[in-house]
Design a protein around this ligand. Sequence first.
Ligand SMILES: Cc1ncc(COP(=O)(O)O)c(C=O)c1O
Length: 482
Amino acid sequence: MNEIKFYNGENIPLELHKVRVVQKLHLVPIERRLEALQEGGFNTFRLNTKDVFLDMLTDSGTNAMSDNQMAAMMQADDAYAGSQSFFRLQKAVEDVLAKKYYLPVHQGRAAENILSNAYVRKGNLVPMNYHFTTAMAHITQYGGKIAELLYDEAYVIDSSHPFKGNMNIEKLEEIIKIHGAKNIPFIRMEASTNLIGGQPFSVQNLRDVRAVADKYNIRLVLDASLLGENAYLVKQREEEFKEDSMGAILQTMTGLADIVYFSARKLSSSRGGGICTDNLDIYRELEALVPLFEGFLTYGGISVREIEAMAVGLYETLDETMISQSPAFIAYLVNALDAKGVPMIKPAGVLGAHVDAMQVCEHISQKEYPAGSLAAALYLISGIRGMERGSISNQRDEYGNETFADMELVRLAIPRRVFTLSQIKYVEDRMNWLYENRKLIGGLRFVYEPPVLRFFMGGLEPVSDWPQKLIAKFKEDFGESL
Ligand SMILES: Cc1ncc(COP(=O)(O)O)c(C=O)c1O
């Protein structure tokens, strides 16, 4: 893809699409935003979108759809069994991901449930580059444990390492020797590793993992939910692939895995998910679980309209102008905030810009959830909804003890082709202001803590009257401005 230069030398991302369907947004007054937080237990998952201005919670199911995806939805073939929509999707999976056998599931975590049900037994260990919340929850539900095997550089916030999502190969071998290959049902590699700031792994690293998997005869599972962006960053950052097409890179990666699963909410800007493989035995092992948990094998809990959108969306991941838009906006925001001293995960990754709440809120102990506090404070002063990716998103250990996260991040997701540059500039402006006033942010404590995936529906409250103090300072600086 050719770079487009501005004559005035400005370095800003240029949108290579036009907006044809719009949704009106509302920026409600700060007093209402405080009420909304109180009603939602200071948990941004529990906010109602009528109170949200820029929804940067996630890219999951929120990427803009293309005209061709919407058009395809109109030709969906409603049938319980043997729908033509399914066969179009099956062909798209084969064309784009180069896997022969495809099992549809209603979203990514459903694939994780099926894989864990089929392969994870009590006492098993699943090595992975890093956990994702739902992947870990399913593995532990079936009695397994996880081992996270990133290199140390993955935890360095201010870094220029191109592939922080790489798996530590030496540690992988070590752990296999300690636990025994027979206790390891699969190795899981997550593309564009979500919880460390959307950081990719290199193809070479995946090859090295494959070599270890082969040596010990262990299945290699690729979580491809963010594979398009990982492939795009491989093209940007890994010399060997500079001249390759997106399709060639994607297929090099999927070709190294025995099983590829994904959330289509991310991968193909639709709904749905899937598991695919070239191995007929694996397909047969998993096949029976789809009708049990999801639905018949030609829809797997996904509406036929979404199946059509998914097929088109998969082909569109091959389009560099589409796949580069979100990373380009993320890089813009990360670099702009970094220039003002706001601690950001670097290098800029995919999915969103990630603020290091451990540094911004260094005065808040992990026991009082710095990332949750920062996410609540940012919503309060701006109407921007980010997501806590820190200790609230962690699960307690088997004895019920709190486990503190390696990183306390607030993720500001930038879904594909949703926001304009002036909206991103608003995020930059309000985040800068909050950084300057960071000492006014205080901690949170749980008042309602669900036993599983507590971050989704948990309720918290501020430990002091810090929200009121933040509002007073906001009024001083912004007057009557929203
Ligand atoms: C890397 C990764 N894997 C799995 C999932 C789970 O997918 P879903 O939300 O569709 O269940 C997600 C969702 O965000 C994800 O980011």
